[in-house]
Design a protein around this ligand. Structure first.
Ligand code: CA
Length: 231
């Protein structure tokens, strides 16, 4: 099976243009669905999942801006508007309504393809930004999204505070953190329990992630604080 390029919805009432673009996109390896009016386009966008929508603004019935407004109520799929030449107001309204880009008709297919690639790339980049990376030190993996900690693939059960402390240590791997900083960042400025809370929780962590697995990850730096390192 070849790599999946993405599935694109074309909403365009000029069927000749829609068919031409469909052929070009399929030639490039995209899957394509099309609708010739706003209402059925919106219906398709609701019922199927697309990686990108090409949306004509001048559509009979429900116009493109209205379709976009309604798509944005349930989806952040990238949308590229197809606009008539010199329709400046449409472009501005379109971008304000949440379009990712627009292209003016008549357009060169190469330009449309480049904009599609850019929109898909931006989308992928945006998702990465939203997903915090899995943090690793030696045999230890912490997944901030799943709030999951594993040592040598064994799931370890941590309390919220233990997890937060471990996450902060991992985010600052190889950097020695003093007790005051750890207290501030993990317990919060208002905590008044004293810095030995840190020592207590480091002990809890070691008992859960180091001792059962005979690994050494959290190191005490005498007179300063703690640091987590790869083994
Ligand atoms: Ca049109």
């Amino acid at each position: 099976m070849r790599d999946r390029m993405g599935k694109i919805l074309i909403i365009e009432d000029e069927e000749k243009i829609a068919r031409f673009v469909e052929l070009e996109l399929e030639f490039e390896g995209y899957e394509v669905d099309k609708a010739f009016d706003g209402r059925s386009g919106l219906e398709l966008a609701k019922t199927c999942s697309f990686d990108l929508v090409l949306l004509d603004i001048m559509l009979p019935g429900l116009n493109g801006i209205e379709v976009l407004r309604r798509i944005r109520q349930f989806s952040d799929v990238p949308v590229i508007l197809l606009t008539a030449r010199d329709a400046v107001v449409d472009k501005v309204t379109g971008l304000d309504t949440g379009a990712d880009d627009y292209i003016t008709k008549p357009f060169a297919i190469e330009e449309l393809l480049a904009r599609i690639r850019a929109a898909l790339r931006n989308k992928a980049g945006g998702n990465e930004m939203k997903t915090p990376p899995v943090l690793v030190a030696g045999a230890l993996r912490l997944d901030p999204m799943k709030r999951e900690v594993r040592v040598n693939d064994n799931l370890v059960d941590l309390t919220k505070r233990e997890f937060d402390l471990l996450q902060y240590l991992l985010e600052n791997k190889n950097i020695v953190l003093d007790r005051g900083t750890l207290l501030e960042r993990v317990w919060g400025y208002s905590f008044s329990g004293g810095t030995n809370a840190v020592d207590v929780y480091i002990r809890y962590l070691r008992a859960k992630i180091e001792e059962p697995f005979e690994v050494k990850l959290i190191h005490t730096v005498r007179g300063v604080g703690y640091v987590i390192r790869d083994e």
